[in-house]
Write a new protein. Structure first.
Length: 139
């Protein structure tokens, strides 16, 4: 293999003058798009690390609720807050509608609604087809 010994700056500047070459501080691969890290090390960025930690927490909460039911639901947790946002933005919703819009499993949505109903955050009624519908409890 023929090694081209011209510095990396040469190639990167030819491709994109506005974005001079930056080398990842963790592995010294080329970093692109004005980022200080390569794609593999993006997760080292504080913002990305925070996002990933949140997603991990979200998944843990989901597994706990799937195992333990509504008693594992945290009223100040991510699932309840997303369901509240849905109901605030779109009004009454069936369980199926909440499952579709939040992408949570039906088990998780039902467990959250149970706990939220006990805490008087939502009311549950049945629509004409007998499906449970959640609405914010305004009383
Ligand atoms: Zn890297």
């Amino acid at each position: 293999m023929i090694q081209d010994r011209r510095p990396l700056m040469f190639f990167e500047n030819k491709r994109n003058v506005a974005n001079p070459a930056v080398v990842c501080k963790y592995c010294s691969k080329l970093a692109r798009g004005g980022k200080p890290e390569c794609v593999e090390h993006l997760s080292k960025r504080p913002y990305v690390a925070t996002l990933m930690a949140e997603m991990l927490q979200h998944e843990k909460e989901e597994r706990r609720v799937e195992k333990q039911g509504s008693r594992a639901v945290k009223l100040d947790g991510l699932h309840v807050s997303e369901i509240l946002i849905e109901l605030r933005m779109h009004g009454p919703k069936t369980v199926g509608g909440l499952v579709r819009n939040t992408q949570f499993s039906e088990v998780v949505v039902r467990a959250c609604l149970q706990k939220m109903q006990r805490a008087k955050m939502v009311k549950i009624y049945r629509d004409m087809c007998g499906r449970p519908v959640a609405v914010l409890d305004q009383s």
